[in-house]
Design a protein around this ligand. Structure first.
Ligand code: GSH
Length: 218
């Protein structure tokens, strides 16, 4: 089984965090020709990372679907789905909030990082969306432990990558995005201590450095 991934991608970090947390035997490789290339589209028609390809050729794109697939295919390897129906619902709500209302507008902000090419009206609208998403996380997050309760779950896997990029976005656009959200701020501190998250954050940090110094996407 092979995961096509680049370390700079917050989406690709999700299945890597799940792989590390569950201890799965998955080969991790860069997409041939890079994300969006014709060579890679021959493998994953969407052209995006991440994408999981099983040894029988089955191709599974989309970060959340890959993480859910791991839970279905390897339920005994450090399960990441909470046990009760209530906690499962909570984990799914948090995962959707992180994906739809934080990660999606944040991805669009990456295109506005260069002040010389910035459209301030677009930036303001996107930051407002991100702030609403963060407010949602701040309300629904558990007070202690991990996102959906005591155990590390699929919700943490989904939330960790956008939280990695939050300080960069806050600095680039001059907004304190965690300050008024004490529950989210405390959770972000706890989350980065988890070994699987710490490993992915290390990889993302190195990739970000490389991108900022050479422009290379790794
Ligand atoms: N909804 C997708 C988003 C994946 C995505 O947008 N990946 C970006 C990298 S962060 C990508 O591969 N972009 C290349 C392209 O769109 O051609 C997921 O959750 O996996």
């Amino acid at each position: 089984m092979k995961l096509y991934s680049v370390n700079l991608s917050p989406y690709a970090a999700r299945p890597r965090i799940a792989i590390y947390a569950k201890g799965l035997d998955v080969q991790i490789a860069p997409p041939p020709g890079g994300p969006g290339s014709d060579d890679y589209r021959a493998i994953n028609p969407m052209g995006k990372v991440p994408c999981l390809v099983r040894d029988d050729g089955l191709c599974i794109p989309e970060s959340d679907t890959i993480v859910e697939y791991f839970e279905d295919a390897f339920p005994d390897a450090a399960p990441l789905r909470p046990a009760s129906a209530e906690d499962k619902a909570k984990a799914r709500v948090l995962a959707r909030l992180a994906d739809l209302y934080v990660m999606a507008p944040m991805s669009k902000l990456f295109g506005q990082l260069n002040p010389a090419q910035r459209d301030q009206a677009v930036v303001d609208a996107l930051l407002e969306e991100v702030e609403k998403g963060l407010d949602g996380l701040n309300v629904f997050l558990s007070d202690d432990g991990y996102a959906a309760g005591a155990g590390f779950s699929t919700a943490d896997v989904q939330i960790a990558p956008p939280l990695f990029y939050l300080p960069l976005v806050a600095m680039a656009f001059g907004r304190d995005l965690l300050g008024d959200r004490p529950r989210l701020k405390a959770y972000a501190e706890r989350l980065k201590q988890h070994p699987a998250v710490a490993r992915a954050y290390g990889e993302m940090g190195e990739a970000l450095n490389r991108y900022q110094t050479t422009g290379e996407v790794v």
